[in-house]
Design a protein around this ligand. Sequence first.
Ligand code: NAD
Length: 253
Amino acid sequence: MILDSFNLSGKVAIVTGSNTGLGQGICLGLAEAGAKVAGVYRNTPGDTEKMITADGGEYLGIKADLVSIEPVQRIIDETIKKFGRVDILVNNAGIIRREDSINFTEKDWDDVLNTNLKTVFFLSQAAAKQFMKQGDGGKIINIASMLSFQGGIRVPSYTSSKSGIMGLTRLLACEWAKDNINVNAIAPGYMDTNNTEALRNDPKRSAEILGRIPADRWGIPEDVAGPAVFLASSAADYVNGYTLAVDGGWLAR
Ligand code: NAD
């Protein structure tokens, strides 16, 4: 039955940025589809564990600061120690810094590129090594952005990182498809999370953005859960290197 191919029972997922926003929505979606979830958080774990275990799911919180690649192997090792394997990696953790390009600092460049692109590459590499060791493939889902497709304003390091993510997704898909590793991305539109708080608090920008979204609303974390389950599942076995916009029609305008 076709719905069985979306079932993630027996699978183990690592999701970065699991404590809030889209990462939490993705954790809940994957857990509801049957996966055990290792959620990586930076400071406070949030209530993701409570929400998953209340529903009978299994969850492991891993504290790690992804601004450097130092914790990468530990994340894989702790997941294997608890759940025995890894099948799915969702590279969701990400930051944004807003400033006119003319005044943009090296720190705001490096922090964003390191978190959003460098660590994503090396965590993907570590997960892929584990998938290859297990011998039965795996799924990597990167969280891209509208700014993988568009320029944006006042977010030069963010646009560079998210444009890089779309290219990296294609490259890794090409290298690892033969190992049954699917690498794809989700490009969320304008979603109601911490990431867009500054935009939503600016009445002019907020109205401009909302007026351009065909769905006539900001997205919510639940909107990315279904696409994440699909890309994490065997229903997506022949989907490679694609960046799926989940944007209420923003890019279709
Ligand atoms: P958010 O700020 O609520 O979530 C960001 C997550 O990343 C948090 O869990 C945070 O703890 C984690 N994180 C940040 N820096 C980290 C670090 N150094 N180490 C470990 N974890 C770290 O915002 P969100 O909207 O849920 O963002 C999730 C992803 O979605 C990000 O990659 C973001 O760029 C992307 N995104 C968001 C939107 C949007 O409109 N909200 C649109 C496109 C893409």
